[in-house]
Design a protein around this ligand. Structure first.
Ligand SMILES: [Zn+2]
Length: 303
C-alpha cells in the first residue's frame, strides 16, 4: 500500500488530458471551475480539510457520526477540541494549489482525476440539462475527494509522536475503531475497503471528507433508463453495487461479511431509516434472503 507515498504536485498532468480540457467549451469550463471554487471556499470544506492537515479529528467531529463515536475512550475526546496552532494557516497555504482565483491555479490538475469519458459526457451535454448537471456534480465530487486525498498524502499529521497520536485502545475496544486506525481516524463507516482503492487509505480520507462536506458520499444511478425504477424506491446499501447499479466506482464498497450484521434484520422495527413500516418490512425480507444466499455462498467457499 502506498498511503504515504511522496505526493506529486497537483499541477502535473499529461498531454492527453491537456487536450481534453482544452477541448472543453468555455461555458462548460467556467461552470466547472466556479462550482469547484464555490465548494472549496465554503467554511465546512476549510474546516474539514484543516482536520486532515492536523492529523486527528476534533472532538465534536469524532462524536458526529451515526453510531456513537468513531473512537470511544480516545483522549482526543477530552483534549482535542480545537485545531492545533498554525494548522489553519498551513491548510490555507496548501490549498493555494487549488485556489481558482490565483494565477498559479491550473485546471489541468483536475484532469488527472477525471476520466476522459466523464469529461466527454460533460462536454456533450447541453448546459442546464439533467445530464449536464449530473456530470457536473460528479466532477465536483471527485475534485473535493481528490483534494482530501492530496492533503492526506502531504503527511502533515501533527500528532504522529505525541500522546494523542500514540494512544491505543485496549484490546476489547479495538473493534469499535475504524479499520484504518491507527493510520487515520478519518474513515467513513461504509467506505473502508482501502486494500482495493487506487489511492489506498488516502481514498478512505477522501470519502470521509466528502461525507463531511456534502452530508454523504455522492453516488450515481448507473442503471439503464429502462430498468431505473421510481425515485422513491429504496435501494439498500447492504446489497452489492453490481446488483443495485447505484455507485460512483464499482470498487468503492464490498458486500459486508455476515459477521458484521445487517441493519435490515436486527428485528427492531425501524421507521426512521425507512420511508414507512411497509418499506421496513420489505427491506427486512430482502435482508433475510440476502443473508441466506450469502451464508450458502460462504459455506460453499469453505467446503
Ligand atoms: Zn491537533
Amino acid at each position: 500500500m502506498t498511503e504515504h507515498s511522496a505526493a506529486s504536485t497537483p499541477l502535473q498532468t499529461s498531454e492527453g488530458h491537456k487536450k481534453s480540457v482544452a477541448a472543453l467549451k468555455q461555458r462548460h469550463r467556467d461552470t466547472l471551475i466556479r462550482a469547484i471554487a464555490n465548494v472549496l471556499s465554503s467554511e465546512i470544506a476549510a474546516f474539514t480539510y484543516a482536520q486532515i492537515v492536523d492529523g486527528l479529528p476534533l472532538k465534536d467531529t469524532a462524536l458526529d457520526v451515526y453510531r456513537g463515536c468513531v473512537c470511544p475512550r480516545h483522549p482526543l475526546l477530552d483534549e482535542h477540541d480545537q485545531l492545533c496552532p498554525g494548522v489553519l494557516e498551513h491548510t490555507r497555504a496548501l490549498c493555494r494549489n487549488f485556489d481558482v482565483g490565483a494565477l498559479e491555479f491550473d485546471v489541468m490538475w483536475l484532469m488527472l482525476i477525471f476520466s476522459n469519458k466523464l469529461i466527454h459526457d460533460y462536454q456533450s451535454a447541453s448546459p442546464a440539462s439533467s445530464a449536464f448537471n449530473t456530470r457536473l456534480i460528479e466532477l465536483v465530487t471527485r475534485a473535493v475527494h481528490h483534494v482530501a486525498v492530496w492533503l492526506y498524502k502531504q503527511d502533515t499529521n501533527r500528532h504522529k509522536k505525541d500522546a494523542l497520536g500514540v494512544w491505543r485502545p485496549q484490546k476489547e475496544h479495538v473493534r469499535h475503531f475504524p479499520p484504518t486506525f491507527p493510520s487515520t481516524l478519518f474513515c467513513h463507516e461504509w467506505y473502508r475497503d482501502y486494500d482495493q482503492y487506487p489511492e489506498g487509505m488516502a481514498d478512505c480520507v477522501g470519502y470521509w471528507a466528502e461525507a463531511r462536506i456534502f452530508g454523504g458520499v455522492v453516488l450515481f444511478d448507473r442503471r439503464d433508463r429502462e430498468s431505473a425504477p421510481d425515485a422513491d424506491e429504496r435501494v439498500d446499501p447492504e446489497e452489492s453495487l453490481a446488483d443495485t447499479g447505484i455507485y460512483r466506482d464499482l470498487w468503492e464498497r464490498r458486500v459486508r461479511p455476515l459477521s458484521e450484521g445487517d441493519a435490515r434484520v436486527t428485528g427492531e422495527v425501524d421507521t426512521f431509516n425507512y420511508n414507512s413500516f411497509e418499506d421496513w418490512v420489505d427491506a427486512n425480507k430482502r435482508g433475510r434472503e440476502a443473508r441466506q444466499k450469502q451464508r450458502e455462498r460462504e459455506r460453499e467457499g469453505v467446503e
